[in-house]
Design a protein around this ligand. Structure first.
Ligand SMILES: O=C(O)CCC(=O)C(=O)O
Ligand SMILES: [Fe+2]
Length: 556
């Protein structure tokens, strides 16, 4: 009986994208957009406010859940800004009235001010009116609505994404490009409409982030994309001159003929109008530099740009074009209803067990959690989500890293009875003791969210390790479907598990002899589209002595 016919689905997806071809660039000049003085001031005050609160600001990009919250912030800001504009308009009207008051005071003064002031009544009236008008202006200026709005802005600023978020999202997109082999046009095509897609300024920014992160190939592609869009006449703040100034020298790192072509384009730009002397000197220097590059080419070491074999294998698996099982091995895998060897709790509700991989064995339990249970877990985790850390093996301390882009929360049985129920289900399914297991970890991935290849076992030799031992096994529960990407892959054996809401996968990280099973190196592929939620329990060695017996040979 095949799994499809019983209760299972096939798991492999295939996403293959053609590589982009390079283009020849022609040149034309477009005016760069400029900011008015007022806009400058606004931007500067905004930057000051942002800098002041950057220490306590929330990080958004590492969790789609938190990114979604930004929509609420955006709506609130629109309404606050609308209120502020209305208040400013009323305020300006009042100021205009004051202005008229001041003007009126002067109107009754005759051509001989001395005569006017020497009359005690008119002098009295003049002084009184001037003083009152001044008091009114003073009050008006002091009650400017801008103060209240600034207060609101500084309170809100924690909920505004920072440059770190912007760069984090850009880096996530670059990761997606690398893994799923998406050229800039394909990335732009992910937008629901052409208007909402990436414009030349966005492409320019993407290129800069790629460059800063040593992803030179993608920096080149994005810069070319910006140039191409400018060529098509798309409006932008960045000019073609700026793009080419960036593109020409660094194209050398990737493609020398292209670099030469781009430099020629740059030199062909009509520089006569506004070129200032130091710039022409710069171009002359650029021409010389290209010559030097050409002669240095012979010694260039291009290997530093080549990804490792492991990375190539991991990315291929994520795309669904890794090694596939032969049909004979595929047939040998089984699926069954299991009562866990006659466990009374499973007699009337047996587990739907599918063997995803035979050596090492990876089991998937279908319909392990109900939608309602998942909703409860997600709801209690939402407020607790924090940037997930990776452990430094040397120091034993955790730190945030692009190796693991997600937010996670830890739930104990006190948080909700569902957590205890999940524990029981895992014990029933695996036959293992949950006493020493770590509490439930819930994770939500961000833009391009991933967890690069790692072992769950091989923990640092700390006190917890002494008490509970290493992570003998992992139970990973998928709490959402993922539209595209986000598979859990095992690069050394070629297994790729597609997230399926409500299902759980189980594998042993340790061999029976207590050593790490090297084949369990695994990773969470970048999420291309969708919000990936998972939760996991790491089961420890202590308590399993009679549940999982030692092997008969040393290497088992
Ligand atoms: O999210 C996944 O697919 C895998 C997560 C994982 O390996 C981990 O959290 O250790
Ligand atoms: Fe893991």
């Amino acid at each position: 009986m095949t799994c499809e016919r019983a209760f299972c689905i096939t798991i492999r997806e295939t996403i293959i994208y053609p590589r982009e071809s390079s283009v020849l660039l022609k040149t034309s000049r477009k005016p760069a957009a400029s900011f008015s003085n007022m806009e400058h001031k606004l931007i500067i005050s905004f930057i000051l406010i942002s800098t002041a609160v950057s220490i306590i600001r929330t990080e958004f990009y590492s969790s789609i859940e938190h990114m979604t919250g930004l929509l609420v912030t955006q709506r609130e800001l629109v309404s606050s800004l609308q209120d502020y504009i209305t208040a400013e308009e009323v305020h300006i009207e009042k100021l205009k009235r004051c202005l008229r008051m001041f003007e009126d005071i002067g109107k009754s003064v005759p051509s001989h001010p001395e005569t006017y002031m020497s009359n005690p009544v008119t002098a009295y009236k003049f002084v009184r009116r001037l003083m009152n008008a001044w008091i009114e202006v003073e009050e008006l200026v002091n009650s400017s609505p801008s103060k209240e709005f600034l207060g609101l802005m500084s309170a809100k600023s924690q909920q505004i994404p920072s440059e770190k978020d912007l760069n984090g999202v850009a880096l996530g997109m670059l990761r997606l490009q690398e893994t799923y082999k998406l050229p800039p046009e394909k990335m732009r095509a992910l937008a629901p409409t052409a208007e909402e897609s990436l414009d030349p300024d966005d492409s320019f920014h993407m290129a800069r982030v790629a460059y800063e992160n040593y992803k030179f190939h993608y920096a080149l592609l994005w810069m070319q994309d910006a140039d191409r869009q400018l060529e098509e006449g798309k409006a932008a703040g960045v000019s073609q001159m700026e793009v080419l100034q960036f593109l020409a020298p660094f194209a050398f790192q990737m493609e020398v003929p292209l670099a030469v072509q781009l430099t020629k384009d740059l030199l062909n730009l009509d520089l006569s109008d506004d070129i200032i002397p130091y710039q022409s000197a710069y171009y002359q220097k650029l021409r010389d530099t290209v010559q030097t590059w050409l002669s240095a080419l012979y010694y260039a070491d291009f290997d530093i740009f080549m990804p490792s074999d492991n990375k190539i294998r991991y990315e291929a698996l994520c795309r669904g074009d890794g090694k596939q099982l032969t049909s004979r091995r595929q047939r040998a895998l089984s699926c069954r209803y299991s009562t866990g060897g006659g466990n009374p709790r499973l007699i009337y509700a047996p587990l739907k067990e599918e063997e995803e991989w035979a050596h090492p064995q990876i089991i998937r339990y279908h319909d392990f959690l109900s939608d309602m249970e998942i909703d409860i877990i997600k709801n209690i985790s939402r407020l607790k989500l924090q940037r997930a850390m990776v452990l430094d093996k040397e120091t034993g301390k955790g730190h945030a890293s692009e190796v693991r882009v997600s937010k996670s929360a830890w739930l104990s049985e006190e948080d909700d009875s569902v957590v205890a129920r999940i524990s029981q289900k895992i014990a029933d399914a695996t036959g293992l003791d949950m006493e020493t297991a770590e509490i439930l970890q819930v994770a939500n991935y961000g833009i391009g969210g991933q967890y690069e290849p790692h072992y769950d076992s091989k923990l640092p030799n700390d006190t917890e390790f002494m008490a509970s031992g290493d992570r003998i096994a992992t139970v990973l529960i998928y709490m959402s479907d993922v539209e595209m990407g986000g598979a859990t892959v095992f690069p050394l054996i070629g297994a790729a598990l597609k997230p399926k809401k409500g299902s759980a996968v189980f594998w042993y990280n340790l061999l029976r002899n207590g050593q790490t099973d090297k084949r369990t190196l695994h990773a969470a592929c970048p999420v291309l589209m969708g919000s990936k939620w998972v939760s996991n329990r790491w089961i420890r060695e202590r308590g399993q002595e009679f549940k999982r017996r030692c092997g008969l040979s040393k290497s088992d």
